[in-house]
Design a protein around this ligand. Sequence first.
Ligand SMILES: [Zn+2]
Length: 178
Amino acid sequence: MTLERFKNGMGELYEPVPFSGCIVWIRGCSSWGYGDVNVGARRISAHRLSFEIANGPIPDGMCVLHRCDVPACINPRHLFLGTKGDNNRDATEKGRNKPPRGEICGAAKITRVEVLEIRRRYFSGDVLQRQLAAEYGICQQTVSDIVNHKKWAWLYGELKEARDHDGDESVSKGRYYE
Ligand SMILES: [Zn+2]
């Protein structure tokens, strides 16, 4: 794709998550949850590209880390530079070097349709996370991860109406790099 298409990809390539301020890549992810894009002759992680657009080139050997701990997030305000050592430390502190929590919580039982259903029902506003947890037989942390796109971030649907709840105008208007 072209750089222009990436910059104007709100709603097509990435979407805002209500409340958290995250902008999550919705076009398929690696097993670590990062989105990869081909721009010109380069293949690059979506979050690294986003960082570059906002801040200029990434120095050699440096990693782009997430303050928000959402690997699919490309919001430049949630990204910062670190060394490989920082990256490993960060991943360990945040538990990303452990098996995904969903499996511990039994969320492997949850289907894609149910994930979308949980998000839709949660953002419709009339059901609590713990009610959903009880109903789907998963722990509340898993419900929280689902609605905050920490899990199944690549699985996207029906969130457009929730965009209006986000207080950050620049998000809803797609002016992310200006
Ligand atoms: Zn984020």
